[in-house]
Design a binder for this molecule. Structure first.
Ligand SMILES: Nc1ncnc2c1ncn2[C@@H]1O[C@H](COP(=O)(O)OP(=O)(O)OP(=O)(O)O)[C@@H](O)[C@H]1O
Length: 349
């Protein structure tokens, strides 16, 4: 089932939560809506689900209007951060619930319900817990039950709102790998809301980065990480080092001096030169566009990080650079900074 969102706008009184948002989600795709708190992710998910309606715009499932259909008619499965399971029902009965409440011709015979539930429980790897009650499960196991329950009705669309948000980092990591694997086995069109960029990068086919009710960028995880379309996306999707400069005629300058760095496609004026810490190397000060004093050094995973104070047009600023462990360098040393990869945006972007 493909999902088309066309020009969707949603206001809460005078506040615009979604501002003319358009997005196409392909059938069988797993898309992550990624953005800071309040950027409109959940509002968009609720509109896709049929729990809320836009003031303007269209939502189409397989090309057909979905806004005139109720939640039930849309055939969507949900998993939320705290999607309460039925406490008085076993794991098996929780998963069977959506099938048991069906009436009329859609109702399956008991043997088919049992077969379907058993199949799902083994898919989410909790078949050995089928007789337990929710209170006897860990948080991660509960979310697996919630997912099996959402999948039981064979949804055309699966909507996940921070499904692993309440779990600890290790379980989160394990579950998102497993979600990816599950999606490969059962490719239902899925939309995952998260504010965790690592989760979005690892799990999804495409990432939709949202900021203040608008879509900033849509792309494959590697594209969004390596070629962020805006300074906002650069900042949000990974660690960002900011370097000072001004664009003029496609080149960059600092205090009127050429930096030897390119600013193609960026209008003249104050610029933001953005890089990832690992893209900024230490170099001899006389050969580097930026030079300054090392203020601090600290261990950072398999490397070290140096805080280097450099001059900008607005006074001094501190830049973080990655330093190999075997590099002989000490606090107070004068070093050069050479960004071997960087992206340039107008300062107001
Ligand atoms: N029912 C409502 N009434 C008024 N304002 C609302 C309502 N629902 C959401 N908003 C506002 O709309 C904006 C977008 O909210 P939304 O929940 O979509 O953000 P989000 O990106 O999912 O954030 P989070 O990651 O914190 O869940 C927020 O500023 C929120 O306060």
């Amino acid at each position: 089932m493909s999902i088309d969102i066309v020009g969707v706008t949603k206001q809460f009184k005078t506040f615009t939560a979604l501002d003319n948002v358009s997005l196409q989600i392909n059938s069988g795709e797993l898309v992550a809506l990624l953005g800071p708190s309040g950027s409109g992710k959940t509002t968009l998910l609720r509109i896709i689900a049929g729990l809320d309606w836009p003031d303007q715009g269209e939502v189409r499932f397989d090309g057909e209007d979905a806004l005139s259909r109720s939640v039930r008619e849309r055939n969507v499965g949900f998993v939320f951060q705290h999607y309460a399971l039925f406490r008085h029902l076993t794991v098996f009965e929780n998963v069977a619930f959506g099938l048991r409440v069906r009436r009329g011709p859609a109702k399956l015979p008991e043997a088919s319900i049992r077969a379907r539930v058993n199949e799902l429980l083994s898919l989410v790897q909790i078949d050995w817990l089928s007789d337990r009650y929710p209170a006897q499960l860990s948080g991660g196991q509960r979310q697996r039950v919630a997912l099996a329950r959402a999948l039981a009705i064979s949804p055309k669309v699966l909507l996940l709102d921070e499904p692993f948000g309440a779990l600890d980092a290790k379980v989160r990591k394990e579950l998102r790998r497993w979600l990816r694997h599950l999606h490969e086995e059962m490719p239902v069109t899925s939309v995952l809301v998260t504010h965790d960029q690592e989760e979005a990068l690892e799990v999804s086919d495409r990432i939709v980065v949202m900021g203040r009710g608008k879509i900033e960028q849509v792309g494959a995880p590697v594209d969004v990480y390596q070629n962020p379309a805006t300074a906002f996306v650069h900042d949000f999707i990974g660690e960002t080092v900011r370097l000072p400069g001004e664009a003029r005629g496609g080149s960059l300058f600092l205090k009127g001096q050429p930096l030897g760095l390119d600013a193609q496609g960026v209008g003249d004026g104050p610029a933001q030169i953005l890089a990832r810490p690992h893209e900024v190397e230490l170099a001899p000060p006389e050969n580097a566009p930026f030079a300054g004093k090392v203020l601090a050094l600290r261990v950072f995973g398999p490397n070290r990080r140096a805080d280097v104070e450099i001059a900008s047009d607005q006074g001094m600023m501190v830049v973080e650079a990655s330093v190999p462990l075997d590099r002989d360098i000490s606090v107070g040393a004068r070093v050069g900074l050479l960004p071997h990869r960087y992206r340039v945006f107008a300062a107001t972007a």
